[in-house]
Design a protein around this ligand. Structure first.
Ligand SMILES: [Mg+2]
Length: 257
């Protein structure tokens, strides 16, 4: 158990802290923007082969909006920033449908596009950088006996690789990934993760950069719901946050009695 201090003010005593990954622990925006470009360019190539009636410029603009890319910035509440790969495939297929494809053709083209990007080697698979200050906080939690876990819509291997790359694996006790069921943002995901950690939800804090993370935490009865706004060039809007955190260096621990 430890008391969390936000800019020196106590915000509660917690036995566990659940962290989102992308945009919270991980500076994911450059990687996701490169991924969006690769998917859009690949989708245009596939459409030229399989659905030549589609206008490339219209496809590009609509996919950009669907992914949440605007003037070189990523919408932190958009599909690419928040949703799973599977949901992004559905979103891409929906764009193909809007432009005149049947759903079966659209779904096939979306799967082909995502698979082709992953097999192309165009996307750097090195884990994204850790956001400044997140590492020391995770190490402090570990030293003070507070359980840390990651709940993310990345794959389990993606989360494990990220933690290992930043030498944080030892300090993170639990992982809930897109490979677990139900996936985030189902509140049951939080409840089952807490159960796995043997912690009551009300004794845990959850820190995330998406409104869906925070609503999920509230519905699951999490004791401290903290919105992180420092992970994107355009700060996310997080009306459900009980506390807002812009820099990890603003969060500290003091051992509770
Ligand atoms: Mg996130």
């Amino acid at each position: 158990m430890a008391q969390l201090l936000l800019k020196g003010d106590p915000i509660g005593n917690f036995q566990g802290v659940l962290f989102d990954k992308d945009g919270t622990l991980s500076r994911s925006e450059p990687h996701l923007l490169a991924l969006a470009d690769a998917r859009i360019n690949t989708a245009i190539g596939i459409a030229q082969d399989l659905a030549p009636a589609l206008q490339s410029s219209e496809l590009s603009d609509t996919l950009r909006r669907a992914f949440g890319v605007d003037n070189g910035l990523l919408d932190p509440g958009g599909t690419l920033a928040v949703a799973s790969r599977q949901d992004n495939i559905a979103s891409t297929a929906t764009v193909f449908c809007l432009l005149g494809c049947s759903w079966p053709q659209a779904l096939t083209m979306a799967h082909t596009c995502f698979d082709a990007v992953e097999q192309s080697g165009l996307i750097d698979t090195t884990p994204s950088p850790l956001i400044h200050g997140a590492g020391p906080l995770l190490r402090d939690l570990h030293q003070q006996g507070v359980t840390a876990a990651v709940i993310s819509n990345d794959t389990r291997s993606g989360i494990e690789d990220f933690l290992a790359h930043h030498q944080l694996s030892a300090g993170v006790t639990g992982i809930w990934s897109a490979d677990d069921h139900p996936r985030k943002p189902d509140p049951q995901a939080v409840l089952e993760l807490c159960d796995r950690l043997d912690l009551p939800p009300q004794r845990c804090a959850l820190i995330g950069d998406a409104e869906t993370d925070l609503q999920m935490a509230l519905e699951a009865g999490i004791g401290g719901v903290i919105g992180f706004t420092g992970g994107w060039k355009r700060a996310p809007e997080l009306p459900s946050a009980q506390h807002l955190l812009h820099s990890w260096t603003d969060l500290a621990l003091s051992t509770a009695a």
